[in-house]
Design a binder for this molecule. Structure first.
Ligand SMILES: [Mg+2]
Length: 295
């Protein structure tokens, strides 16, 4: 096992704002309505967004009324929104935090919802290469999902870390926070994407900024290296396989010795001799930079 501590994230409204998926679904529905009515898709999309603000949950009814579309079309639009290929992106801050955590934590995702839909979101966000395990709670045990304890047990088991050495981060007061506390994990209530009710079981920490999660998690479960860097610090890159504590940081240096003005090189500074950048998760684009710089 690489590390003896794990951090597990909920997906929707934790790793990315769920409203982005909803809007992506609106775009899919708008394209369908545009084809049927001739109304420009952009106009329909804007109408759906406005209806969402005024009458959440009845957006499609409002827009169908407005454009004279039969109510019988609504189930088809709902299906489209649910099953479309989402056009969503991982927030930059989320990506940076996951890269920072890779050096010292096993990282997992545990998500409720229809597995096929959740996997489409995971793929669209580019999350699988950034984590050690992504688990759909509906596929664990009896399939009840979070807050059931078997879902939490399944993900920490996949990560090979004991529950008491694991932190769970999620937005839902009951499914994420109370569920994690009952399952014996340390719970961080993340409230950065939406306001929620107070959890029935108190979280071990409440965080509004995603970049504060590494420090909060390190306070809850100590390790060889506590991450106390402030928000906005450059991420560490990758981690060593098989227990070696390799830690890298990016250093961009200005041009030297006749290089073209304005160029820079990437240096990896760390204590992991003999480790390949690829094995340590350095993106291909940056591997090219490393070969031209120094490691
Ligand atoms: Mg959530």
């Amino acid at each position: 096992m690489r590390e003896s501590r794990a951090i597990v994230f909920d997906l929707d409204d934790t790793l990315y704002p769920y409203r982005a998926f909803v809007r992506s679904g609106f775009a899919a529905a708008a394209a369908h309505i545009a084809e049927a009515t001739g109304v420009p898709a952009r106009r329909v999309y804007r109408a759906l967004c406005r209806a969402s603000a005024a009458a959440r949950g009845r957006e499609l009814q409002r827009v169908c009324e407005r454009y004279g579309i039969a109510e019988a079309t609504i189930p088809r639009l709902v299906h489209l929104m649910k099953w479309h290929t989402p056009a969503i992106r991982l927030p930059r801050e989320t990506r940076q935090v996951l890269l920072r955590l890779q050096a010292a934590w096993r990282i997992g995702i545990l998500t409720n919802g229809e597995p096929a839909i959740q996997r489409r979101k995971l793929a669209a966000l580019g999350l699988p290469p950034l984590v050690d395990a992504a688990v759909c709670a509906a596929e664990c045990g009896t399939g009840r999902g979070k807050p059931d304890g078997e879902a939490f047990a399944a993900v920490v088991d996949r990560l090979g870390v004991a529950p008491e050495r694991s932190v769970f981060v999620g937005d839902d007061p009951e499914a994420d926070v109370a569920g994690a506390v009952r399952a014996g994990l340390q719970a961080i209530h993340f409230v950065g994407h939406r306001r929620t009710a107070r959890p029935s079981l108190a979280p071990h920490a409440t965080i509004a900024r995603f970049c504060e999660i590494p420090a909060a998690a390190a306070r809850l479960i100590g390790g060889a290296q506590h991450d106390r860097r402030p928000c906005g610090s450059p991420p560490r890159i990758g981690s060593a396989p098989s227990g070696r504590e390799a830690r890298f940081r990016r250093v961009r240096e200005g041009s030297r010795g006749g290089s073209r003005e304005g160029t820079s090189r990437l240096t990896l500074v760390g204590d992991g001799p003999g480790l390949s950048p690829r094995a340590c998760g350095v993106p291909p684009a940056e591997q090219a930079l490393i070969r031209n710089g120094s490691v």
